[in-house]
Design a protein around this ligand. Structure first.
Ligand SMILES: Cc1cc2nc3c(=O)[nH]c(=O)nc-3n(C[C@H](O)[C@H](O)[C@H](O)COP(=O)(O)OP(=O)(O)OC[C@H]3O[C@@H](n4cnc5c(N)ncnc54)[C@H](O)[C@@H]3O)c2cc1C
Length: 375
């Protein structure tokens, strides 16, 4: 780690020590950047470590590195969660072990328990304010993720619900009759595990994601999820309510009442589960970026702000045109693009990054892989 005094200016500060922060940091090192630090609110991989205990990766890990195809869940060349963990669909806790091992192996300079409160533009770069001090950097990579910023609103009384991101284990949930609002990956995953706890589950979704015909996993449910929906226990215990928007949730005594927009009412004695996705952390730096119409950040071709040069976005919130980089195998393709832009700005040759192209970890042609294409 670089020495630091009050005058020290980092070449790069990376905010967040999750899959995106650790992955882009390893890539920065390969690009020859040395004077950087990762600031992490909790500990490396803390979001993954907080997933519900039963939840597993939907994207399967496999030891494909040996034939030049990087493990789909790998964030650094030469590493493979399948090989290290001996698991095809890791749990969050499993994957946290892999991420910590990668950070350790590549000597990623992480400062844990360091919460970034604000990033502000300064004359010579950026001031990054933490709870304890203000640090300075020429470049900032925002990689603070989504998991710790769940989407809680959406309808009247949604605050009475419990977001799936706050569930430590489905086995420990009280009640025999569970209502879930949201039927994409997290909602179906919750329903599946609760079904195996012999709970009755009613699951509502405004659309019908399990019937999507898209081949893009950012839109359609994964094969892993669809396969689990076909299991007898799921079919027996879970009742699906597609195309049913929820209007409100009320609570009277120990009874929660969920009202749909079509006027139908459903009661349960347990707080309904909210599987409504994530707001994302990028709102914390929204003042340094232009916004797209969909609320995400507008990025240059190098994932840099279009109005404040030097700050980059990394991770699942990256969007380009219709391209949604929400999975690890998608957003890792941008690590080398960001690292190369920063290395170039620092006058470093970044020659080693050419290797990333061979491994499919360098996507700079944004004209392919659109949302509806099957490439
Ligand atoms: C239940 C679930 C299942 C998923 N399954 C898959 C899957 O099968 N395959 C797949 O590819 N993807 C999957 N994803 C998506 C993907 O894994 C996540 O989007 C991934 O966690 C993103 O990594 P990240 O590094 O951007 O965010 P995180 O892992 O959340 O890391 C961000 C880090 O930043 C830190 N942080 C946040 N704010 C601050 C701050 N202000 N200051 C300092 N530090 C901060 C946090 O403590 C955290 O450690 C899943 C996501 C969820 C929630």
């Amino acid at each position: 780690m670089s020495p630091r005094n009050s005058e020290h200016v980092y070449d790069v500060i990376v905010v967040g020590g999750g899959a995106a922060g650790v992955g882009v940091s390893v890539t920065l090192s390969h690009a020859g950047v040395e004077n950087f630090v990762v600031l992490e609110r909790h500990t490396v991989a803390s979001s993954f470590a907080s997933w519900p205990a039963e939840t597993r990766f939907i994207t399967p890990s496999y030891t494909t590195n040996s034939i030049g195809m990087l493990d789909i869940n790998s964030i650094a060349m030469g590493t493979s969660p399948a090989y290290s963990l001996e698991v095809e669909h890791p749990t969050g806790q499993d994957y946290a072990k892999y991420l910590r091992a990668v950070a350790h192996f590549f000597d990623v300079p992480v400062e844990e328990h360091t919460d970034v409160l604000q990033v502000a533009q300064a004359d010579d770069g950026f001031c990054v304010e933490t709870a304890g001090e203000t640090l300075r950097a020429k470049h900032v990579i925002w990689a603070a993720g989504e998991f710790q910023y769940p989407r809680l609103g959406g309808f009247t009384g949604s605050e009475l619900c419990r977001h799936t991101a706050t569930v430590a284990s489905y086995e420990e949930l009280d009640g025999d009759d569970i209502i879930i609002v949201g039927g994409y990956e997290s909602g179906i995953d919750a329903a599946y595990h609760l079904a195996y706890c012999d709970k009755r589950v009613r699951l509502f979704d405004i659309n019908c994601p399990w019937e999507s015909e898209s081949s893009d996993p950012s839109i359609a449910l994964s094969p892993f999820t669809l396969e689990r929906m076909h299991e007898r226990q799921f079919a027996t215990q879970v009742e699906l309510f597609p195309n049913t928007a929820i209007e409100s949730v009320t609570c009277s005594g120990t009874t929660y009442e969920v009202t749909a927009q079509d006027g139908q009412r459903y009661q349960t004695s347990t707080p309904p589960l909210l599987a409504a996705g994530f707001e994302g952390s990028h709102k914390l730096v929204a003042d340094l970026f232009e916004q797209r119409e969909d609320g995400s950040l507008l990025l240059s071709e190098d994932d840099e702000s279009t109005i404040v040069p030097g700050i980059f976005l990394c991770g699942p919130a990256v969007r380009h045109n219709n391209h949604v980089f929400c999975f690890i195998f998608k957003y890792r393709q941008r690590f080398a693009v960001v690292a190369k832009a920063i290395a170039t700005s620092l006058g470093l040759p970044a020659e080693e990054l050419e290797e990333y192209r061979k491994w499919g970890m360098y996507l700079d042609d944004l004209s392919c892989c659109g949302q509806e294409c099957a490439c």
